[in-house]
Write a protein that binds this ligand. Structure first.
Ligand code: KG4
Ligand code: ZN
Length: 340
């Protein structure tokens, strides 16, 4: 079998990342330079600071990804890069780096949708894995839960997406981040809420579960507002915030809504597998909910591939490339770019 080596580049938000993946699955390297410490002081990602840091990090990160794969650009067949969605100034850094290398080496350039990348994280395995794990089978249902997006997609084959539902307001990760801020937990909110929740009682507060029955859509702003109301009331009464209980009760609600709706859709569309992807798929309670059921095979990436990385961009880029996609060198970034 011919090996197609893809160098993936990702810079859509606050991680600068590069990775070498063979044939869309076998990960030879995966390097991520995170900017978490830089943005901590602002309580969220500061776009201008993010793009400047990407400029500083991108070449060392790409070099390290090639080095760790024991390769140079001469061994690479395709350059895949995140085209969007994301922060314009951040995306441009990855895109221009990819274009420069593609032009300089005469390599094909493939622009990839970041959300699609998250979904393809489930195809990846580290090169040292003795036996490649089975690929997710089509048709499958993908729950995509990240900081900017929450959606359910029916995927009938490689690159064939049908969006069933989407959040009508906050993304799941955004809700974790906002609730963390409300109760005084540090950025990034998702991991902080998970940590606090582990010490709390998930039934301490009865928060609303917005099910939006009859649609596959989600809504998290009511849940977030309910947490805000409780926090305000406790503060007015000069009470100490039961941060762990608040975090645990919020997390239980969010996970329940995501899990229940996904399972319902999986049954309705009679899928062969469920894929859970995006930063929030790192959440332990969400992972346990899906791995604890036995109705459907479930694919959730390892923690290192849940949040933003470039291996997922290389993997999705491979499937586009073998499907005939090669983009021109004047390809522009798309800060807003729906998956389907
Ligand atoms: O996919 P991602 O790295 O970036 C985007 O494409 O948005 O997702 C980041 C989001 C953030 O909102 C972060 O708080 C959330 O994923 N997240 C988590 C956890 N780890 C990251 N949410 C809940 N529990 C976690 N353990
Ligand atoms: Zn992401």
């Amino acid at each position: 079998m011919q090996i197609v080596r893809v160098l993936g580049i990702e810079s859509s938000c606050d991680e600068t990342a590069a990775s070498v993946v063979e044939n869309g699955r076998c990960m030879r390297s995966n390097v991520i330079a995170t900017q978490i410490d830089l943005h901590k002081q602002y309580g969220g990602v500061f776009p201008e600071v993010a793009s400047r840091q990407h400029i500083l990090s991108i070449y060392p990160v790409v070099e390290e990804a090639l080095q760790r794969a024991h390769m140079s650009l001469d061994n690479i067949d395709v350059i895949a890069v995140t085209r969007g969605p994301g922060l314009a100034g951040s995306l441009v850094v990855g895109m221009n780096t990819a274009k420069g290398m593609a032009f300089g080496k005469g390599l094909p350039l493939v622009g990839v949708n970041h959300l699609e990348g998250h979904i393809y994280s489930s195809w990846i395995y580290p090169a040292e894995t003795p036996q490649p794990p089975p690929e997710p089978e089509f048709p499958l249902l993908a729950l995509l839960v990240s900081g900017g997006h929450t959606e359910l997609n029916l995927i009938t084959d490689h690159l064939h997406y049908q969006r069933l539902g989407v959040t009508l307001d906050d993304a799941a990760g955004e809700a974790f981040d906002k609730v963390a801020r409300l109760v005084g937990l540090p950025y990034p909110g998702g991991p902080s809420v998970q940590k606090a929740a582990a010490e709390g009682n998930p039934t301490a507060f009865e928060f609303p579960r917005s099910r939006l029955d009859g649609t596959w859509n989600f809504s998290f702003s009511g849940l977030k507002t309910a947490v805000l109301r409780v926090v305000r009331k406790l503060q007015e009464e000069n009470k100490v915030l039961p941060v762990n209980d608040l975090a645990a009760s919020f997390q239980a609600c969010a996970v329940d809504v995501l899990f229940t709706k996904t399972m319902k859709a999986a049954r309705e569309y009679n899928v062969k597998a469920i894929v859970v992807a995006g930063g929030v798929s790192a959440n332990r309670a969400l992972r346990e909910a899906f791995t604890g059921q036995t109705e459907f095979p479930v694919h959730i990436p390892p923690l290192s591939l849940c949040t933003d990385n470039a291996a997922m961009i290389a993997a999705a880029g491979y499937y586009h490339f073998i499907n005939g996609q090669v983009d021109p060198l004047d390809l522009d970034v798309l800060p807003t770019w729906p998956l389907s």
